[in-house]
Design a protein around this ligand. Structure first.
Ligand SMILES: Cc1ncc(COP(=O)(O)O)c(C=O)c1O
Length: 367
C-alpha cells in the first residue's frame, strides 16, 4: 500500500512491442546527448510540444535535479509547494538554493492558495515547483489556476520558471485523458517519466520539456557532465512503450478505476475514523486518522502496529505532512490483495483503540 506506481511491467510485455531485429541490431554505444530521437518525438507528440523541446533524463528525478542545479545552483531562490516528493525539495537545498515552502493543506483539498502564492513571489525567485497531480494527494491543479499563477509570476517574479512535475499525469481514471501543461506557456518546464502509470520505473527513463532553447542547452550540458548520455537500450524500450501507450494504459486505467472505487467504498465504511481527499489522478491518495478518534499517542501505536500485520504505508511526514496522514497506493496490488490490505488496516485501527480504559458509567462501588 506504500507504492505510488501501477503494477510493474515485465520486460516481455515491452519486447512484444519491438521488432526483434531492431533490438538485435541495436548498437550499444553511448546514446545521443538529448536522448533517442524516436523517444523525443513520441514524448513531444504526447506533451503537445516539438521534439526539439524534449530532453531525455534518467527518470524524472534526474530532470528535477538538473533543473535545480541550473536554475538555483548559485544560491538563488525557489518556491516549493508542499507536501511534495521529498527529493524535489531536497535537491534544491542540496545545491544551496534558498527555499520558501508553501503549504497546501488537507482541509483545503490541497488547492493552491493564490493570495499566499502572490505574497511569496519576488523578483529573486528563479523557480516555482509544483506537482500536478501531486504526491501524496493525487490532486491536480486546473488550467485556470495555472494561468493565474503565470500572471502573478509575470507581475512579481519575471525571471521565474514554473516547473510542473507531471510524473503522475498518465494515471487517469475511466475515460479521462491525461493533461499536460507543457505547451501552455514558454515559462513552463515539465517533467515526467515511464515510472508511474506505465509501471516501468526500472527503465529509469524520463524527460523534461523545456521551451527556452538556451535553458535546454544548459540542461543538456549539465546532463552530459553528469551522465554522458542515457542508455540506448532503455530509451529504445521506453520509445516502444510510449508508441503503444494507449494499448498499455487502457487496462491500467480500468484497473485504477476499480481500485479507486474499492478504496472509496472502504473509506465510506471507515468515515468515523478516517478522512481523505479524493484524488484526481495517480495510483495514490492521502488519508488522515481523525483527531476526534485517535490521540497523538494512538497515532504512534498505529505506525508501530502496521508491521505486525505486514502492512506498509507511506508516512505523511515524509512528504512534509502531519504524522496522522498517510499515502495509500492502490495501483500496485491485485484487487484481492488490496481488499485484504484494507481489511487489515481496519483491524490495525481496531487494535489501536482496543486497549483504551473502559468507561465506568453505572458501576456501583461497594466499600
Ligand atoms: C512527484 C514525483 N516526481 C518524480 C518522481 C520520480 O520518478 P522517476 O525518477 O522514477 O521518474 C516521483 C517518484 O516517486 C514522484 O512521486
Amino acid at each position: 500500500l506504500a507504492e505510488s506506481t501501477a503494477r510493474d511491467l515485465q520486460l516481455g510485455e515491452i519486447l512484444a512491442l519491438v521488432a526483434p531485429s531492431d533490438l538485435a541490431g541495436l548498437r550499444l554505444g553511448y546514446g545521443s546527448l538529448l536522448g533517442l530521437p524516436a523517444l523525443r518525438k513520441v514524448v513531444g507528440e504526447r506533451s503537445g510540444v516539438p521534439a526539439d523541446q524534449v530532453l531525455i533524463t534518467q527518470g524524472a528525478s534526474i530532470g528535477i535535479a538538473l533543473l535545480a542545479l541550473e536554475l538555483c545552483g548559485d544560491g538563488k531562490e525557489a518556491i516549493v509547494f508542499r507536501p511534495c516528493f521529498p527529493p524535489s525539495r531536497d535537491v534544491l537545498l542540496g545545491v544551496g538554493a534558498k527555499v520558501t515552502d508553501l503549504h497546501l493543506t488537507f482541509d483545503h483539498g490541497y488547492k493552491v492558495n493564490l493570495d499566499r502564492f502572490a505574497a511569496a513571489l519576488s523578483p529573486k525567485i528563479a523557480l516555482v515547483s509544483l506537482a500536478s497531480p501531486q504526491s501524496p494527494s493525487g490532486v491536480r491543479t486546473d488550467a485556470d489556476t495555472i494561468q493565474q499563477m503565470l500572471a502573478l509570476i509575470t507581475e512579481r517574479a519575471p525571471e521565474a520558471v514554473l516547473f510542473l512535475d507531471e510524473t503522475y499525469s498518465d494515471s487517469t481514471y475511466g475515460d479521462a485523458e491525461p493533461v499536460s501543461f507543457a505547451s501552455l506557456d514558454h515559462r513552463i518546464v515539465t517533467a515526467s517519466s515511464v515510472s508511474k502509470a506505465h509501471g516501468a520505473p526500472g527503465l529509469r527513463t524520463g524527460w523534461l520539456t523545456v521551451p527556452d532553447p538556451a535553458l535546454l542547452d544548459r540542461l543538456a550540458i549539465a546532463k552530459t557532465n553528469l551522465t554522458i548520455s542515457g542508455s540506448p537500450l532503455t530509451e529504445t524500450l521506453a520509445a516502444a512503450l510510449l508508441e503503444s501507450i494507449d494499448e498499455v494504459l487502457r487496462p491500467r486505467r480500468r484497473f485504477l478505476t476499480n481500485a479507486l472505487n474499492m478504496v472509496a467504498a472502504w473509506q465510506m465504511r471507515e468515515v468515523e475514523r478516517l478522512d481523505w481527499v479524493h484524488p484526481d489522478g495517480g495510483a495514490l491518495c492521502i488519508m488522515r486518522l481523525r483527531r476526534q478518534h485517535f490521540s497523538d499517542i494512538e497515532v504512534e501505536t498505529f505506525w508501530k502496529a502496521l508491521s505486525e500485520h505486514e502492512l506498509q504505508l507511506a508516512e505523511g511526514n515524509w512528504f512534509g505532512e502531519e504524522r496522522r496522514t498517510f499515502r495509500l497506493g492502490f495501483g500496485y496490488l491485485s484487487l484481492n490483495t488490496l481488499e485484504e490490505g484494507l481489511a487489515a488496516l481496519s483491524v490495525v485501527m481496531d487494535e489501536v483503540t482496543s486497549t483504551r480504559p473502559r468507561r465506568q458509567h453505572g458501576v456501583r462501588r461497594f466499600p
